[in-house]
Structures are given as structure tokens and as C-alpha cells.
Design a protein. Structure first.
Length: 138
């Protein structure tokens, strides 16, 4: 009988800025597997790369959330956790509407950035934010 375990790790804005989004994602995946409390037989990864240093074999699966139920379930859990985090961020920074767009570059989000500039949760190296900061400095 299979055992299910869930572990979630979020990379900070600072880590993403330092390592880039891919490196921070692989770091978070590795930490999440380590935090499971049980050693999995295999880690199925949605994407092309498996993080280094896992305590088990790993199999990257491109578009894995569309073809493997456990990856699809993990994707749903990740989105729910992300939405809860964004709802909490919205309490701290209500002018941005994070609870509605969950950090996606919607017209509402871009308009708020234009009015208020980036907050502590925006990645300064992300192209739209970097362009906004460059135009403000000019």
C-alpha cells in the first residue's frame, strides 16, 4: 500500500533574485522532499530537471501534471498554498490586489505597480519590475 505525504517549501524573493527562478525552484523541491518525513521510493518531478541531492531516485516528467495523478495532485496543493500566501501578503500590502490576481501580471496588478512601485514581495530582477524601476529612475 502506498503512503502519501505532503511537504511545501517556498523560496524567498531574495533567494530567487540570488539563484534565479530555476535554481530557487530546484532548491525548494529538494527541501520539500527532505521535509516529507518519509523517504519516497521515487520523486516524480513536473518538468525537465530533477533537483540535485535528493534522498531517492527522481524522474522528471515534462507536462507531468497532465499525465500523472500524483503530480497533478501536488500541483493543486501548491496552488492552494500559494493562494493562501498571496491572501496573507494582500493583508500586508492591500494596494496591489494580490488576493485577486495571486501575483500574476494582470492589468490590475500592473496598474498597481505603476501607481505604487514594487513592494518587498516583488522581484526586482523580474523583467517587468526591472523596466518599471529603470523608467522611474530615468
Amino acid at each position: 500500500m502506498a503512503t502519501a505525504a505532503v511537504s511545501f517549501v517556498a523560496a524567498s524573493t531574495q533567494r530567487i533574485e540570488t539563484q534565479n527562478i530555476r535554481g530557487a525552484t530546484l532548491w525548494a523541491m529538494s527541501r520539500a522532499v527532505a521535509g516529507l518525513g518519509v523517504r519516497p521510493d521515487i520523486a516524480l518531478i513536473d518538468g525537465r530537471d530533477a533537483p540535485p541531492g535528493l534522498p531517492c531516485p527522481a524522474e522528471p516528467v515534462i507536462d507531468g501534471d497532465a499525465i500523472i495523478q500524483s503530480i497533478a495532485a501536488a500541483s493543486i496543493v501548491a496552488k492552494v498554498v500559494r493562494d493562501r500566501i498571496m491572501t496573507r501578503v494582500a493583508l500586508e500590502f492591500p494596494a496591489y490586489g494580490f488576493e485577486r490576481h495571486m501575483g500574476y501580471g494582470t492589468p490590475e496588478h500592473l496598474a498597481a505597480l505603476g501607481r505604487h512601485g514594487p513592494c518587498a514581495h516583488h522581484r526586482r530582477l523580474f523583467a517587468p519590475i526591472a523596466a518599471l524601476l529603470a523608467s522611474a529612475a530615468a
